[in-house]
Ligand binder design. Sequence first.
Ligand code: HEM
Length: 515
Amino acid sequence: MIPGASSFATRPSIITPSHDLYGPPTIWDFLGRHPGILTALTIIVSILILEQTRYRAKKQNLPGPSWTIPIIGKFKDSLNPTLEGYQKQWDSGELSALSVFHIFIVIASSNQYTRKIMNSPSYTEPCLVHSAKEILERDNWVFLTGKVHADYRRVLNSLFTRKSLAIYLKIQDGLARKTYATWMADTSASHASIMTKVRDFNMETSLRVFCGPHIPASAVREIAAKYWQITKALELVNFPLALPGTKVYGAIQARKVAMRWLEDAARKSKIAMQEGRDVECLLDAWVMENMTVNDSNGKNKRNFSDHEMAQVVLSFLFASQDAMSSGIIYMFQHLADHPDILAKIREEQLRVRAGDINIPMSLEMLDEMPYLQACVKESLRTKPPVMMVPYKAHQAFPITADYTVPKNSMVIPSLYPSLMDPKIYPSPHEFNPDRWLDPENSANKNPGNYLVFGAGAHRCIGVEYTTMNMATALGVAAITMDWDHLRTPESDKVQVIATIFPKDGCLLKFTPRST
Ligand code: HEM
């Protein structure tokens, strides 16, 4: 008897199969005849087991799925994010875990851990969404960290001084009036989604504030039209390769178009300032700032190239286009749904303007409009355009005594739960600007919960700019227009596209203000 034959009789051999003797061919017979396939399968199975083992080792006791979908992980969910999905994740724990395309992700929901992530630069740094480096280019200043970041940011802070803001405010006021006139002139439209209207309005405002007369109207239209490609690519994790047909590829093409115009604007701004023309926009303010610094202190000369200046403007567009559009859309929706609050805004507007609705908004006037400012603050709190900010742990980060975020993981502070904390903001979903008017209110007593603009070294550089722009857009709207909201079952549902928008697109009808 052949040694081992008895075992062959009970278990078909993968070495010497005999169909006649042992019944129909099995998978083992097949693999026995194709050892290459067997090896490949063994390798794949080992990789999959390793993937699960590594995921579980990183996750430890954190809430989250106990195994990850091979290779893609939660990629499908990240393609179609919903507020409900995020809420489920936040509800699962102060820290929770998941994995997408082998990227291990820790999500923080509590105010304590959220702030800790944003204030621990020795362990963490912002990484924005996965596609951001492809879209903005890797050498964009927003990816700097530590001292180089702080130094660069100091230069950019000088573009948001009160003197510069006053120049931008004039542009914002003028464009709001011009834009609203076209919205009201459109008598054909009954209630219609304001998504595109507001995005175009916001893009024109941004580009005129940033580039002034140095960018032609055709370029503003072209960038506005192409920018949607960038918005669409802002998913937490994208398909890893920027191949033609992918969203990231489309976004890169849009960036190239925008950068050509922005570089051209930087070049023209330098010429205009050298010719002694007035400062009319952010680029002009920057060029003048450089010229002044260079005159008084030749040693610390830092001349920014057209490309660098264009990259900064692109980073501002990137940071503001979706967030500001979301903020303005929700502001219109909130005020349409709260006519009593809109009436108080109007009363304040007329009082500060001494009845003259044609006076352009100024910083001094804004200072005298606390109710308007409270409405902007509350609108951003109840519908924060940015709900989470992706960071990366550049080294193992002991976030709690029991858990260390592994090096190179994504670690995501969530802003939304802090802004909805019922202990700080009773009836958190209620749009209640009054909570900001009483200095003793828990909202004012706990500024650390107001995370609309983030916290720490990378806190939004455009906070004052944003507040001023939104207040102007709303103040001018309140005195020049009436707007009616067609509420639908989707009005209060949230659609997540980079930021958040009402699911029905916010259906409004604008008419000239009758009184
Ligand atoms: C409603 C409007 C806006 C919201 C809700 C918003 C929110 C945010 C948030 C949450 C961050 C991340 C902060 C962090 O990591 O701690 C951020 C960063 C940033 N924002 Fe805004 N933002 C808005 C408008 C703007 C505007 C208008 C500009 C430019 C004019 C701007 C420029 C930036 C920049 C450059 C950063 C990165 C700062 C850095 O890394 O140093 N943002 N913003």
